[in-house]
Ligand binder design. Structure first.
Ligand code: ADP
Ligand code: MG
Length: 261
């Protein structure tokens, strides 16, 4: 299970979660994408809106609290949004998660427990997280073995990372010893600027081999694809953005192959 995390907004988390999960599924590997962001951009990224589903991730959290309305995880999974790809959608209700679970015992491990019945059905489970280090992100960190950390190639790319790394360390020490950063991914790379090069070398100095070889370029087609409800891999498979994401898919598969799930 992988979570795409960075508490900064607009760094390419959702784009990465959508295209990685679409790409892994297109390799014929059973994949589940979980949208854990109240903005529901990963859900809409596949062309789905709240009219298309009755339950979402929040309904599942709610059913833990309100035992009168039990919902099974199977009921919130939208099967085959693409071949080999299932989705647990989000809704704006998810914004109430911290409040809902505030006084709940073991609230950091709820997602992990809820997913247990379906874990073995998938080769890959990927979680898109919101731009905060709140309970949704902590639940994603607790449920996952691997993390993908997108960094936007701009000034302050490394800002806030100490806080993220501290949170990851804390979760590793207390709730999830097997948690590991798999890949730091440089996104929105503009090769025409010195700045992008500088950021890249700074990030590679800081994270070493954790940084993915693949760099995601700033690409118009990536920016357009969500409004068509498609991953860029589908929208324009020959665009630079799609080619880069496919390469990242191979890198992640290669890294995952040597690891037990
Ligand atoms: P996050 O989930 O971290 O908030 P998103 O993946 O939603 O970030 O990306 C923020 C915005 O930037 C979106 O409008 C997205 O379409 C756009 N975007 C993401 N990656 C790229 C890229 N490589 N090139 C151009 N636009 C991008
Ligand atoms: Mg997002």
């Amino acid at each position: 299970m992988l979570a795409v995390v960075n508490q900064k907004g607009g760094v390419g988390k959702t784009t990465t979660a959508v295209n990685l999960s679409a790409g892994l599924a297109s390799c014929g590997e059973r994949t589940l994408l979980i949208d854990a962001d109240p903005q529901a951009n990963a859900t809409s990224g596949f062309g789905l809106s709240t009219n298309d589903y009755e339950h979402d991730l929040f309904s599942l959290f709610q059913s833990v609290i309100d035992l009168n309305e039990p919902i099974e995880v199977e009921q919130v999974i939208l099967p085959s949004v693409r071949p080999n790809l299932d989705l647990i959608p989000a809704s704006v209700d998810l914004a109430g998660t911290d409040l809902l679970l505030a006084s709940r015992i073991a609230r950091e491990t709820i997602l992990r427990s809820l997913l247990r019945p379906v874990r073995e059905r998938y080769r890959w489970i990927m979680i898109d997280t919101p731009p905060s280090l709140g309970l949704l992100t902590v639940n994603a960190l607790t449920a996952s073995e691997g993390l993908i950390v997108p960094l936007q190639c701009e000034y302050y790319a490394l800002e806030g990372l100490t806080q993220l790394m501290n949170t990851i360390d804390l979760v590793r020490q207390t709730l999830n010893p097997s948690l590991e950063v798999w890949k730091v991914v440089l996104t929105m790379y503009d090769g025409r600027t010195r700045l992008a090069e500088q950021v890249e070398s700074e990030v590679r100095k800081f994270f070493g081999t954790k940084v993915a070889q693949t760099v995601i370029p700033r690409n118009v087609r990536i920016g357009e694809s969500p409004s068509f409800g498609q991953p860029v891999l589908e929208y324009d498979p020959r665009s630079k953005g799609a080619v880069a994401y496919l390469q990242l898919v191979e890198e992640v598969r290669g890294y995952g192959a040597s690891r037990v799930r």
